[in-house]
Design a protein around this ligand. Sequence first.
Ligand SMILES: [Zn+2]
Length: 493
Amino acid sequence: MQLYKTNTLRVHNSLTGKKEVFKPINEGHIGMYVCGPTVYSNVHLGNCRTFMSFDMIFRYFKHLGYKVRYVRNITDAGHLENDADEGEDKIAKKAKLEQIEPMEVVQRYTVDFHETLQKFNFLPPSIEPTATGHIIEQIEIIKEIIAKGFAYEVNGSVYFDVPKFNENHEYGKLSGRKLEDMISNTRELTAQDEKKSPQDFALWKKAEEQHIMRWPSPWGDGFPGWHLECTAMSTKYLGETFDIHGGGMDLKFPHHECEIAQAEAGLGKSPVNYWMHANMLTLNGKKMSKSTGNNIYPSEMFSGENDIMSKPYSPAVVRFFMMQAHYTSILDLSDDALQASEKGYHKLMDAMESVESLKTGKTSDFDYKAWQQKCYDAMNDDFNTPILIAHLFDAVKRINLIKEEKENITEEDKSLLQNTLNNFVHDILGIENQKAAKDDSSALNGVVELLIDLRNEARANKDFATSDKIRDQLTALGIQLKDGKEGTTFSIN
Ligand SMILES: [Zn+2]
């Protein structure tokens, strides 16, 4: 029997603000859409956290036996600076700066995105559509919205008429905003504004002469508004109403609010049954920001080449760290927190490695069946991974007591324990035992340690030519050295 039949899952629905019993539209099947990255720069650690939350959710659905169609898009056009309706396209701007084609920018950062996610042990989504691959679908939706009277054309651009829509729909229901308040809080329209109301948003923008990313349309050459692509791609692959739409908390308004308006206006249906939002990652108590330098990229975490962390951290440790917080809570990243996670990660991996060799007896001193149920209960309660991890550490405690011969376990319970740990740690949380992989290369580790010793000797003798040569050649081989307070550590890419 499929596990979903015996597990009642509750999810926090951002639309109602409540935890609701999850019931998919078609029994046994789930359609899930998550807003993907705009590929104009290397993926942020904060974005990784959002996608990791949905990777864990995807994994749990699959574990429960659901057939999941998981669509996560790539935004490769239409996303303007400051998430606004005016300004340069983020990708075109980068292309101009680097004097390359916009599609080279897209390719470069899509590859980076995939490589980074792979290091974090993500499962690939079922479909990864691009905005530029769905221009026709977007134009069709605009035509529908115009035909229903909820959009208007001005000088080759098309805008969504928010006040008109709000007459018999509820604009702002997802983010809890009222249109009247929005209107009273915004500036007056200026003469050059094409919009009828400042709340209106672009469905299609006319491309000025210098705009390189452009497509023909019934309204002239232009490009789609950012919010439209997600409506086009989600409904194309998942149907006009689908189960789950996810994304980062920052996308709730205006992006997701506009998606609801577009679908309700164009297709006449509420597009999503459960809206889910993942919370943000802060760094040392502050918002991550490139401009203030309070920022760290995944590759800098793994290599240790940064001024923020005392040492490199493996992707598995970072993943374990992220899973220790509930996806709807803000999580603060710091060196201390990562060090604590690293200790916990090793403790968990050591315990899991030793289960196989546990001696079994006639009785068990612990109710393993009840413990397994607690693990499911935690996940069924809106994917409560911190509570799940607390239960996993109850098992670690048991394992260590059995090793010390202070407790007993039956053969049957031992296999239940082993399976349950594998399911929750590897399959659902997606945490790999990178320690085991490393142990296989203990000879290589020994060689690197030897070279570190030689480099330290060279440095002590002020022979910097030799010490630099060792570091640089190791770097060329993908082995990064990091000098810290407690000596030199290394990471192998
Ligand atoms: Zn989106």
